[in-house]
Design a protein around this ligand. Structure first.
Ligand code: PLP
Length: 395
């Protein structure tokens, strides 16, 4: 049996039609398949490879850590330099006063931790999230998912969750003294790359503050330079109480975390202690890779590159609106959504691009929207190559 047959037979499938590209290697902005075909990667493993695939600094950090130690103890007991150095650097770059990090293995697990911390700190039951939000697929994270048809087969989920309309000022009135936390993606990715209006996130912040509810920003997709700032919160000058991170955080290795105000994070160590634990969260190899990746993002000012390249890319794509069923282009930095007039045209565009060697993404809740999230190290030549493949697919 070939690998394709084995993949379908022995790996639990998540959809009836996986892409099925058989990977041989990946470097920078390209992936090569086992037939030797090279693809330009404009989705970065869904927003993970912000510094590109196998960045030399990340590889070097992994090699150094392999020679020292791998897993030695559950999270939170021993002093492990990669965790300490990464948490320290995060504290210097996150919006103050967010300075204490809890490391996890994934985004969903970080969402779970942030929700638990909010309940424990406030002593309140309720959570609020938004229409078309996506925060991961564990039961707690699904409880704050704003897509009822995806949630339904797994119900009952957490009680006391309300889903409000996105970008709606009047709806924020619902946030009250029973609300432990409001969780929001500053830009909804799976919801169709939706950017809120300038005043909405500041209004949400103000309402949470007046109700004594915590504000959790899910920056799993938008963090680490993706939108043209290190964290998307900076675009709106809004500081959440807790910020959830993952995807690009590990530089290509699995790593997530949530960073918060010290007094909120302190609740996880008591009443009772040891009630929020993880074996592998903050694995030293992942933290070593994440630290190297974050240093590259900061040293090479990749958030600025994302702002510039994203602007250029979006301008070029906007000039194609009206071709091939493309009706809108939106986003921020290197997180871009291309909206088509129908799901069929959207699918055709993505398939044509793939056939010509360009990999693009999707959005879970809007089958008319293609997502672009190229590595932030994309060169001008690579951008031109991607644009010409997209122009041909739209023609
Ligand atoms: N939050 C957001 C905004 C996401 O897009 C995702 C995953 O795509 C998650 C959380 C969950 O992250 P993970 O897949 O690492 O559990």
């Amino acid at each position: 049996m070939n690998n394709h047959t084995l993949f379908l037979k022995y790996l639990c499938q998540t959809s009836p039609d996986p892409i099925g590209l058989e990977v041989a290697s990946a470097d920078g902005c390209t992936i090569t398949d086992t037939t030797g075909r090279r693809y330009l990667d404009f989705i970065s493993g869904i927003g993970v490879a912000n510094v590109g695939h196998r960045h030399p600094a990340v590889l070097e950090a992994i090699r150094r850590q392999i020679d020292r130690y791998l897993h030695v103890m559950v999270y939170g007991e021993y002093l492990q330099a990669p965790q300490i150095e990464l948490a320290t650097l995060l504290a210097t770059v996150a919006p103050p006063p967010l300075s204490v990090t809890y490391f996890t293995n994934s985004g969903a697990e970080a969402v779970e931790g942030a929700l638990k911390a909010a309940r424990k700190y406030t002593g309140r039951p309720g959570f609020i999230a938004f229409d078309r939000s996506y925060h991961g697929d564990t039961l707690g994270a699904m409880s704050v998912m704003g897509q009822s048809d995806v949630r339904r087969p797994y119900e009952p989920l957490l009680p006391d969750v309300q889903i409000l309309p996105w970008n709606d000022h009047a709806a924020l009135e619902v946030i009250d003294t029973q609300t432990a936390a409001v969780i929001v993606e500053p830009i909804q990715a799976e919801g169709g790359v939706r950017v809120p209006s300038a005043a909405w996130l500041p209004a949400l912040r103000a309402r949470c503050t007046s109700a004594g509810a915590l504000l959790i920003f899910d920056e799993v997709v938008t963090g680490f330079g993706r939108t043209g700032r290190l964290f998307a919160a900076e675009h709106w000058g809004v500081t959440p109480d807790l910020m959830v991170l993952a995807k690009a955080m590990g530089g290509g290795l699995p790593l997530g975390g949530f960073i918060g105000r010290p007094e909120i994070m302190a609740t996880l160590s008591r009443d009772p202690p040891l009630s929020h634990l993880t074996t592998f969260g903050g694995h030293p190899l992942s933290c070593a890779a994440g630290l190297a990746s974050l240093r590259v993002i900061l040293d090479q000012r990749l958030a600025d590159s994302a702002a510039q390249s994203g602007h250029a890319l979006m301008e070029q794509l906007q000039s194609r609106v009206g071709h091939g069923g493309l009706c809108a282009v939106r986003g921020l930095g290197m997180l871009i959504g291309m909206e088509f007039e129908s799901a069929t045209r959207c699918e055709r565009f993505t398939v044509r691009c793939r056939e010509s060697g360009l990999l693009l993404g999707w959005t879970l809740y809007d089958d008319r929207v293609v997502r672009l999230a190229p590595p932030l190290i994309l060169t001008d030549e690579e951008m031109a190559e991607g644009l010409s493949a997209m122009a041909a697919a739209l023609a």
